[in-house]
Write a protein that binds this ligand. Structure first.
Ligand code: SF4
Ligand code: SF4
Length: 56
């Protein structure tokens, strides 16, 4: 399981430094989560202003 950033992402970058496994990086038009690195902790969802990271 992993979190997935949906299209609501406004590329603010707030989630990237919060991820304990550095699974988040800036993608094309939004930030993206590497599903193989994500440990499902939910820290990204906790800081996102638009609730873009969602558990899958
Ligand atoms: Fe990183 Fe946790 Fe978000 Fe997964 S759920 S991308 S490990 S902050
Ligand atoms: Fe996108 Fe939310 Fe991360 Fe900001 S905190 S880059 S809006 S997913």
């Amino acid at each position: 399981m992993a979190y997935l950033i949906n299209d609501e992402c406004i590329s603010c970058g707030a989630c990237e430094p919060e991820c304990p496994t550095n699974a988040i990086s800036e993608g094309d038009g939004k930030f993206v989560i590497d599903a193989d690195t994500c440990i499902d902790c939910g820290a990204c969802a906790g800081v996102c202003p638009v609730d873009a990271p969602q558990p899958q």
